[in-house]
Ligand binder design. Structure first.
Ligand SMILES: NC(=O)c1ccc[n+]([C@@H]2O[C@H](COP(=O)([O-])OP(=O)(O)OC[C@H]3O[C@@H](n4cnc5c(N)ncnc54)[C@H](OP(=O)(O)O)[C@@H]3O)[C@@H](O)[C@H]2O)c1
Length: 211
């Protein structure tokens, strides 16, 4: 069965998955790179990086994924909709290598990139978007790639089977919060946590089977 998965979503102790304001120069706003320093230090992110526990967990991001869904604010900074040359942050060969569905209220033609990534732009409910992504995923799993708003909406709609969060020991104070509207989430999920020597805590939420 095709699962819906979130991986490597990094949140501060106070629950923010990005800082503010987001811009071309500061995609994570005042958070800078602090939410992802744990990942930048791994071999998963770059040659020569660490090959320890964070690396092993981070790599699960890639396994068995046939399509990604992301939000408009992950795809680009404010104003990208009006830039005809904007093709995402990731250069000519983005790291997705699958059909990638960008949720946006502004229509946009698909963009075919090198390496198997095609960006499709979709104005749809989470359930409708997931149906389209599943159809494109060829029986593999669908990753919800972020940001916080889109992950929160998919979790709230009961569509996420596996959620991997990385709690980073920083306090941001402001930004986009993950947890708003998700009270009692723990009822629906089996939750495990493990802290690693880098100082982050990996949390996995696996949806309990329904009776
Ligand atoms: N912490 C992490 O691990 C992590 C991971 C990924 C991304 N990020 C960061 O998170 C930030 C982005 O997160 P975010 O919460 O601001 O925004 P987001 O979730 O990326 O995107 C939200 C936007 O997507 C569009 N959208 C969402 N649902 C839609 C729907 N059902 N139909 C049509 N359009 C829809 C809307 O944009 P429009 O109305 O403008 O079209 C909405 O404002 C970025 O800074 C990114 O770098 C962090």
């Amino acid at each position: 069965m095709s699962l819906t998965r979130v991986h490597n979503l990094s949140v501060s102790l106070d629950g923010f998955a990005t800082g503010e304001p987001q811009s071309l120069e500061a995609p994570f706003g005042h958070a800078g790179e602090r939410l992802h320093e744990w990942m930048f230090a791994t071999c998963f992110w770059g040659e020569g990086g660490a090959t320890g526990v964070d690396d092993a967990i981070a790599r699960r991001h890639e396994e068995g994924i046939g399509a990604e869904i992301m939000g408009a604010n992950k795809f680009g900074p404010p104003g990208w909709h009006d830039d005809p040359d904007w093709k995402g942050w990731w250069g000519p060969n983005p790291p997705f290598h699958t059909p990638t569905f960008v949720l946006t209220h502004r229509p946009h033609d698909p963009i075919e990139m090198e390496g198997g990534t095609t960006f499709h732009f979709l104005d749809a409910t989470p359930a409708e978007a997931l149906e389209k992504a599943r159809a494109a995923a060829g029986g593999k799993d669908v990753r919800i790639g972020g940001g916080a708003t889109v992950v929160r909406d998919f979790v709230a709609a009961g569509l996420v089977d596996h959620l991997h969060l990385v709690q980073v020991p920083i306090v941001l104070g402001r930004g986009v919060r993950l947890w708003d509207g998700l009270a009692a989430l723990e009822v629906d999920y089996t939750i495990e946590a493990v802290s690693t020597p880098s100082g982050v805590t990996h949390l996995t939420f696996d949806r309990r089977p329904t009776a």
